[in-house]
Design a protein around this ligand. Structure first.
Ligand SMILES: [Zn+2]
Length: 331
């Protein structure tokens, strides 16, 4: 660690902290020049909302003790957030439903806090990393998250609940959505880790003698990672499942290309680490289906920002909101 990094920020340079609240860990860092400096990570305390708030506060305080007081703090949560108030309206995986997070953390930490959905934060980080003003991000994990950056800013709808791209429908009578969603045939119902696990398990049940079938017989289901492992070993069933996964993703990409004409569609999330098994098919399908003039102008790529995307995006959000507020006061 160089001495320059350890020194407190110069007075004229406002400091911004990004916080990513995930289901397993809370990460916080000062964000400067679109980079995270020394990320502090704590395990997420899911016991209660109060315990989780204490954990977030402790994580940010650790960053502040090293780097100084921030001008603003951005917080990304895997939840539905009313952006103007920073209140969490719905939250399935972490106990923050109904919590006025912006107010709570603002009081505890003595700095302005801006709260947003983690998919939105990740999209902002990716847009910044690739220098795109118009970008759509799809995050393929257990579910499918999404984020939309339009003209350089996060687009989140009237109250902050919009841009739920994982719930765009790509198959009218498709499988039920696994999330907190009444619909069926959503991108999340077809292109998520849960969808892959469901389809692999179904195929295994239909073919008891196959490698997938043996996994079902042994464990009652096939996990996504087993499907990936079998595909890498050349199993035809597993390869076909991942190819179909790619075809569906391609349809989803064509939908967002036509809707937004982004400079770039970025595919991130844990499953994108296995993109060699499905991404080529996805691109081919997207190129065949989206309007040709849009295809010619848009790029479809894997996300460049890795695990730190949430922290970086939250910090960038804090900086953007701070700049907007300063401009608002000056006007
Ligand atoms: Zn859905």
């Amino acid at each position: 660690m160089g001495t320059a990094e350890a020194a407190p920020a110069a007075l004229e340079e406002p400091l911004f902290i990004g916080v990513d609240v995930g289901g397993t860990k809370v990460a916080a860092s000062v964000i400067g020049g679109g980079r995270a400096q020394q990320v502090v990570e704590h395990p997420t305390d899911l016991e209660s909302g109060a315990r989780l708030l204490d954990g977030i506060e402790a994580c940010v305080r650790e960053v502040m003790s090293r780097k100084g007081a921030p001008a603003a703090i951005g917080v990304g949560v895997p939840s539905q957030v009313e952006f103007s108030t920073g209140r969490v309206l719905a939250s399935v995986n972490i106990p923050l439903e109904g919590v006025p997070l912006r107010e709570e953390l603002g009081q505890r930490l003595g700095a302005p806090v801006h709260v947003d959905n983690d998919g939105n934060c990740a999209a902002l980080a990716e847009a910044h990393a690739v220098g795109a003003r118009h970008l759509v991000m799809l995050t393929l994990g257990t579910g499918v998250g999404g984020g939309l950056v339009l003209d350089g800013s996060i687009y989140r709808g009237a109250s902050g609940l919009g841009a739920e791209l994982g719930h765009l429908v790509i198959e009218i009578d498709g499988p039920e959505c696994p999330g907190n969603c009444p619909n069926r045939g959503c991108i999340e119902a077809l292109c998520s880790g849960l969808a892959l696990e469901r389809d692999a398990s179904e195929l295994g049940r239909a073919r008891p003698g196959s490698p997938l079938g043996r996994l079902v017989a042994e464990h009652g289901r096939v996990k996504g990672r087993d499907t990936v492992r079998l595909a890498r070993a050349g199993d035809a069933d597993a390869l076909a499942l991942l190819d179909e996964f790619g075809r569906r993703l391609g349809v989803a990409i064509a939908v967002v290309l036509n809707a937004f004409e982004p400079e770039r569609v970025a595919i991130g999330g844990g499953l994108s680490g296995h993109a060699d098994l499905f991404f080529q098919t996805a691109r081919r399908e997207a190129t065949a289906r989206a309007l040709p003039m849009i295809v010619a102008r848009s790029q479809v790529e894997l996300a460049l920002t890795g695990a730190a995307a949430g922290v970086i995006g939250a910090g960038l959000l804090a900086a953007q909101e701070h700049a907007a507020n300063v401009a608002g006061v000056a006007a």
